[in-house]
Design a protein around this ligand. Structure first.
Ligand code: ACO
Length: 439
């Protein structure tokens, strides 16, 4: 198959066809408008490839996720978050020297410019940590965006400093003094230290927490062209700086239909518990379209069989809670909810399965991380993926500024009305959407 044929208004056009290394087929419509005058319309981009990419492969029907060819199950079991970050950004697993250098960089650049501490102080204590995180990541460009520096230095800075920023967001929210990073600790250990240590007493980092955090960050590290990653690429395509592009990704992640779902899941599980634990009632509520209620942590645009990350996390949730000797009734509610939904026609028909956010919150909760910080944790994990995708976009000679088209459905041309001729009834009527005419 080398081309597809399009018939439009009695004319026939040949469009080139691309096949990816895993057999995915794409019809290249780059010249469509120039050739035909028409554009494509694809609500939510569900059928639109925005780029070619060699970073992450997903087969939603089979429940497959691979970073640079490595199955997520293998990386989750064997790798460290630093190794996975390196793999995503530079395309291969680091050798011992490369890993040591990378670790050194993301440790030694972890201090924030002291002036940035003042920025934290000016936020209200009630600020959502994602508001603070997005602002702080964008602010890094005010302190560290010198053009004469080696390009990869800012990548190391961003990874190192976001760890510190994330922990500072938490300290700020509970009114405790910031705890500075330590150079003798790994990336995940440093995060736990900055989150949970207090000046009054020594803090011992639990290896269980360290392993759990490593796993969670790896599972979130990349997920090809999702909403936040596409935002990073979109914003980055204007050639804005790395920090500004990543800050856009943080903002996109915040929404409850994306990374914000992990916070929503926990809030939903708590609500079910407080309502007497009747999970069936909530499954029924989710099936009732008029209720406006969705089972948070269920469904995925791409996975239509199972989310492999959710599978790994379900097992990990059991293990972490056991190791930490925590019994959490919310885990039982989550399992029951999953069981009921998986056997319900509504969910089966629509191929709705638990996604990565369904079990991650239970583990974060057991680790002592508050609900409002969940999406920050997601952002910390997704950071290497965003950076890898930004770098690939920037270095791809085919990249053009991202600028989608539209089908205009507003008013046709009309004349400006002087104030005295405007009535309440003329204006709103004009704003109504026009019917799309299919020819
Ligand atoms: N609960 C109940 N019904 C659902 C759910 C849900 N969680 N998700 C989808 N549906 C139903 C929809 O009502 C729709 O039904 P219909 O065909 O009868 O109209 C059908 O399933 C398809 O749903 P869409 O919203 O069209 O699917 P889309 O691909 O646009 O959205 C999304 C995917 C946003 C993840 C959606 O499933 C959802 O809102 N889930 C809950 C939020 C969530 O968990 N988000 C995290 C996603 S993972 C991540 O970002 C890391």
């Amino acid at each position: 198959m080398t081309h597809a044929t399009l018939n439009l208004n009695g004319k026939s056009y040949e469009l080139p066809v691309l096949v990816g290394t895993e057999g995915e087929v794409g019809i290249d419509i780059s010249d469509l408008r120039a050739k035909t005058g028409a554009i494509t319309l694809d609500n939510g981009y569900a059928n639109t490839g925005s780029c070619t990419s060699a970073i992450t492969f997903i087969d939603g029907e089979q429940g497959i996720l691979r970073y640079r060819g490595y199955p997520i199950e293998e990386l989750a079991e064997k790798a460290s978050f630093e190794e996975v970050s390196y793999l995503l950004i530079w395309g291969h697993l680091p050798n011992a020297q490369e890993l040591a250098e990378f670790r050194h960089r993301v440790t030694y650049h972890s201090l924030l410019h002291e002036a940035m501490k003042k920025l934290f102080e000016d936020f209200p204590i009630t600020a959502h940590p994602m508001a603070v995180l997005s602002a702080m990541v964008a602010s890094l460009s005010a302190y560290y965006n010198r053009e004469d520096e080696e390009p990869d230095l800012n990548i190391a800075r961003l990874i190192a400093k976001t760890n510190t920023i994330a922990a500072f967001c938490y300290k700020k929210s509970i009114g405790q003094p910031f705890v500075y990073p330590r150079n003798d600790l790994s990336y995940t250990q440093n995060f736990l230290h900055m989150m949970f240590a207090v000046p009054a007493e020594p803090y011992k980092i639990s290896p269980v927490l360290d392993r759990a955090l490593n796993l969670l960050l790896i599972l979130h590290a990349d997920h090809e062209q999702n909403c936040s990653t596409s935002s990073v690429r979109m914003v980055g395509s204007s050639r804005t700086n790395l920090f500004a592009a990543i800050s856009a990704g943080v903002c996109a992640l915040w929404g409850p239909l994306h990374g914000g779902a992990n916070q929503e899941v926990l809030q939903m599980l708590k609500a079910i518990r407080d309502d007497g634990g009747d999970y069936r009632k909530y499954v029924n509520l989710a099936k009732d379209k008029n209720s406006g209620f969705r089972l948070m942590g269920f469904g995925h645009r791409v996975y239509k069989n199972f989310d492999p990350r959710a599978r790994i996390l379900k097992k990990a949730a059991d293990a972490v809670l056991q190791e930490m000797k925590v019994a959490d009734p919310l885990l039982d509610i989550a399992k029951n909810l999953e069981e009921v939904a998986l056997h319900d026609e509504f969910f089966i028909e629509r191929k709705l399965y638990p996604n990565v956010d369904f079990y991650s919150g239970i583990i974060y909760r057991a680790m002592g991380i508050p609900t409002e910080m969940f999406t920050v944790m997601f952002a910390l994990g997704r950071l290497p993926g965003w950076i890898a995708q930004w770098r690939e976009m920037k270095d791809d000679p085919k990249t053009r500024i991202n600028r989608p088209r539209q089908i205009y459905t507003g008013a046709t041309t009309r004349s400006y009305l002087p104030m005295e001729q405007r009535t309440a009834s003329t204006e709103p009527a004009m704003l109504q959407e026009r019917e799309l005419v299919l020819v």
